[in-house]
Design a protein around this ligand. Structure first.
Ligand code: ZN
Length: 273
């Protein structure tokens, strides 16, 4: 009886230790899956000659190349309630969504995918004539439900991360944009609480300054200006709402541009002329 009791206690202790061990490494199995998938991709790019090439028989490998680099940074809010929830979402295969980085409320940055690989964060999107934003961008998700301010720690971590990325990949200032910018009408993130001006002041993204002395030409075409900035103007109402959400930080369903709005847009547009 005593022996059985001891055995029972020992096995319970063992189970407890196993379960504690699992909790300490909750992403052990998905990390293994990450490794396996990167190995498969490595095999794809190591093929010589290239299997599916139209010129397989004439393969001559060049000696001069490197990896393609990201040229955009897309900023998102997670629209979820915790960092843990987002990490779970991005490590669950059936969700089919991911990002390179996730920034928690306490400023912790989780790196989830090598910057050279393609994350699934943009969805159906367009910026200028670029219709495959995922292939050329880094996706950063910030833990925020969309209706709350971002924490100082998050923004400070974000700025450090952006500085590193901008330098590492020579990303142009204007190419730091939000998810809503590349998907007007479909997405609103990072929404009205995101401090775009503070980012622009640090060299990430564009912003406007005092418009008191700005004179908008009489035939100024607002939609064409938005197109030149980069927006897909197919849905003219959605794109104006997107513009206001970002540059005036308001949710405005009217989709009308007053003189003040036009001045702002004109100063932004002039940066691309
Ligand atoms: Zn998003």
């Amino acid at each position: 009886m005593g022996l059985h009791k001891n055995l029972f206690l020992l096995s319970s202790l063992g189970l407890l230790m196993i379960s504690l061990g699992c909790n300490r490494r909750p992403y052990h199995s998905t990390n293994k899956s990450y490794k396996k998938q990167t190995k498969q991709l490595a095999r794809t790019i190591q093929q010589t000659p290239l299997k599916d090439s139209i010129a397989t028989g004439n393969w001559v490998g060049t000696t001069n190349f490197n990896l393609r680099k990201p040229n955009f940074v897309i900023i998102h809010h997670t629209a979820q309630n915790s960092c843990e929830q987002t990490l779970k979402t991005f490590t669950t295969a059936k969700t089919q969504v991911s990002a390179h980085y996730v920034i928690c409320k306490d400023g912790t940055i989780h790196h989830m995918l090598n910057d050279y690989l393609r994350a699934w964060h943009g969805g159906v999107a367009k910026w200028g004539n670029n219709t495959d934003i995922n292939s050329s961008s880094i996706g950063i998700e910030i833990d925020n439900n969309g209706f709350e301010t971002f924490t100082d720690q998050q923004i400070s971590s974000l700025l450090t991360l952006l500085m590193t990325l901008k330098k590492a990949y020579s990303i142009p200032t204007a190419n730091f944009i939000g998810h809503q910018d590349i998907a007007p009408g479909r997405k609103v993130d990072p929404n009205v609480y995101f401090p775009w001006k503070r980012l622009a002041d640090s060299g990430f993204g564009i912003w406007w300054s005092d418009t008191t002395n700005v004179v908008v030409p009489p035939h100024f075409n607002a939609l064409q200006a938005l197109r030149i900035v980069g927006y897909d103007i197919k849905d003219s109402i959605a794109v104006i709402q997107t513009f206001k959400r970002k540059y005036k930080q308001v949710e405005d369903k009217t989709a009308l541009l007053n003189e003040g709005d036009k001045k702002i847009l004109y100063t932004l547009y002039k940066k691309f002329e």
